[in-house]
Design a protein around this ligand. Structure first.
Ligand code: SF4
Length: 357
């Protein structure tokens, strides 16, 4: 396969608030605004941000559970927006979702075995023997005994129910799993077991994950790269290690500062950001973070910052920490200010290396 497994380009979702004859006058909830990222096979991209930042809407857009207002979602180069119902159904075999609350996402009247094999039986008929063998195999993969296949979800613990949700997601042998707050409802010790299970499955089966979470401890443990969202927009996207070692965007810095630090030798950053996330119906002008940002300058109030490659594999949207003019004035041909991130990234890297010399 050439190119990334998942490529998201300028994904946007606006929800009209009510209905009316004059569509232009209806207020819009800007849930997701111009979000782009990609995920390689066998890798984990974590999406983080406070509640209401649009991360769960991104998950639903990826699964095409909701239709985007704009932008594209490409799986192995195929735009899923252009697929017919039948073709989309076939593609859904490749993408599965694990939800936050396993109890409400599992049919309470079906046994664990029926829940696990149901997705496969939507595509092909299985004999009783095949069904039992498949259920036993998937239960084993998620660390549960085959006896569990006769139990109802109400007879299982929270951790077992989440394992069951994962087994169900694995039944179609997907190449991508979207996990929306998949461990946040679990106790810390059970969380660790589920996270390690996901890591093992990734190693064994080469599955890619889009892992949505508000818990930075979990993200640091599981992520290859991290996308930070604020009020529907991507503000920083970076390799996981780089992001935690040196956050660049003030919002990322604040999130990391607010996260509990289990290691007493690790230095905490400055005080976390104060105030509430503004309404997505009337987002602040310019950079939406400016009412809460300690570094805000006049420009932040009027101009939305563009995502700028920093030359270390990360992109950041901030007028102060990642000023666009630092990149643009280095363009070789005057007037040819292509915003191609690759070009900008290489130019930035060239300047940094010149400065070092
Ligand atoms: Fe803060 Fe301005 Fe950067 Fe936004 S653009 S994060 S307000 S400094």
């Amino acid at each position: 396969m050439n190119g990334p497994l998942l490529k998201v380009e300028n994904l946007t979702k606006h929800y009209p608030l009510g209905s009316g004859l004059f569509k232009k006058s209806i207020p819009m909830i800007r849930a997701v605004e111009d979000v782009s990222f990609s995920v390689e096979a066998g890798e984990t991209l974590c999406i983080v941000g406070e509640s209401g930042c649009g991360k769960s809407t991104v998950a639903r857009l990826l699964m095409r559970l909701v239709e985007p207002t704009g932008g594209r979602v490409l799986i192995e180069g195929t735009d899923i927006a252009g697929l017919t119902k039948g073709a989309l159904r076939a593609w859904r075999r490749r993408m599965q979702m694990v939800f936050q609350d396993p109890y409400s996402s599992l049919n309470p009247r079906l046994t664990a075995g029926q829940i696990i094999t149901e997705p496969v039986e939507n595509f092909e008929r299985l004999s009783r023997r095949q069904r039992n063998a498949l259920a036993a195999d998937l239960l084993r993969k998620v660390g549960m005994s085959r006896e569990m296949m006769h139990r109802l979800p109400s007879e299982l613990s929270g951790g077992q129910r989440q394992r069951l949700g994962i087994a169900r997601a694995l039944s179609l042998n997907p190449s991508l799993i979207i996990a929306d707050e998949a461990v946040s409802a679990l106790d810390v010790s059970v969380q660790a077991q589920i996270l390690n299970l996901l890591l093992d499955l990734q190693q064994q089966m080469g599955i890619a994950f889009v892992f949505i979470s508000h818990d930075l401890g979990v993200v640091e443990h599981i992520g290859h790269s991290v996308a930070v969202m604020y009020l529907g927009r991507l503000v920083e996207l970076a390799p996981c290690e780089a992001l935690f070692a040196k956050p660049v965007h003030p919002y990322t810095e604040a999130l990391i500062a607010a996260a509990p630090v289990p290691d007493p030798t690790r230095v905490r950053l400055e005080a976390p950001v104060e105030g509430e996330v503004p309404s997505p119906i009337h987002p602040p002008s310019g950079c939406a973070f400016h009412p809460r940002c300690p570094l805000a300058v006049e420009r932040c109030r009027v101009e939305v910052p563009a995502l700028v490659p920093m030359g270390d594999g990360r992109v950041v949207a901030c007028h102060v920490r990642a000023p666009l003019q630092d990149i643009l004035h280095l363009m070789p041909v005057p007037g040819d200010h292509s915003l191609d991130p690759m070009v900008m990234s290489e130019t930035f890297a060239a300047r940094t290396s010149r400065e070092r010399r």
